[in-house]
Design a protein around this ligand. Structure first.
Ligand code: AMP
Length: 213
């Protein structure tokens, strides 16, 4: 079993690139953000508990997210896969420590680095997400074939509740304070590859492909 961890600020392109890696290598994408949004949409006990936290751009408690992740990792499609790609986990040091207790044969971490904060703010403000399958589009640089409709499942495209400027800036602050130290932890372990993620979707995909070889 292989584990690929994608790091990067909100808007760095983790979700889009994880979708592409899933298609290319057959690894399963696990987005903890998608898992949380599914709980919120289904109005489960957990979903109701974390809705406000998520919409404020803050992190849900480690214990909650770890439980949700473990449940997902135990599902058959993941257990049978050759590997999985983590999009949005770990985001804190305790999450990273928990993840390293879940052993795999191979592990790599890739940091999609963007220095200019305005680039990610702009990307997120023009992002559209399919409310049915979670596919990601961007009105500016990765538009759907038909306006407002998902290319893959024809579901309706919406702006995420947390993709507004105020919440985006908050998420970037949270990322700097809580997630940047986790990236250093993987760097110290010698597992980190860093790529410049300020270019186009294809550009970043190309660089990722080189690192994955
Ligand atoms: P994302 O889709 O990765 O941007 O995540 C959206 C939101 O879900 C985040 O702003 C958090 O509120 C929550 N979330 C996702 N992953 C995690 C995580 N690993 N730890 C804590 N909160 C998370």
């Amino acid at each position: 079993m292989k584990r690929v961890i994608l790091f990067g600020a909100p808007g760095a392109g983790k979700g889009t690139q994880a979708d592409m890696l899933e298609e290319k290598y057959g690894y399963k994408k696990i987005s903890t953000g998608d898992l949380i949004r599914a709980e919120v949409a289904a109005k489960t006990h957990v979903g109701l508990e974390v809705k406000a936290i998520m919409e404020a751009g803050e992190l849900v408690p480690d214990k909650t997210i770890i439980e949700i992740l473990k449940k997902r990792l135990n599902q058959n499609d993941i257990v049978r896969a050759n590997g999985y790609i983590m999009d949005g986990f770990p985001r804190t040091r305790p999450q990273a420590e928990e993840l390293s207790r879940m052993e795999v044969d191979h592990e790599m971490a890739i940091y999609l680095n963007i220095v200019d904060e305005d680039v990610v703010v702009k990307r997120l403000m023009s992002r559209l997400t399919c409310s049915n399958c979670g596919a990601i589009f961007n009105v500016e640089n990765n538009p759907p074939q038909k306006a407002g409709q998902c290319d893959f499942c024809a579901g309706p495209l919406r702006q995420r509740a947390d993709d507004n400027e105020e919440t985006i800036r908050k998420r970037i602050r949270v990322y700097r304070q809580q997630t940047q130290p986790v990236i250093d932890y993987y760097r110290e372990k010698g597992l980190l590859h860093e790529i410049d993620a300020s270019g186009s979707v294809e550009d970043i995909g190309e660089k990722l492909g080189q690192v994955m070889r």
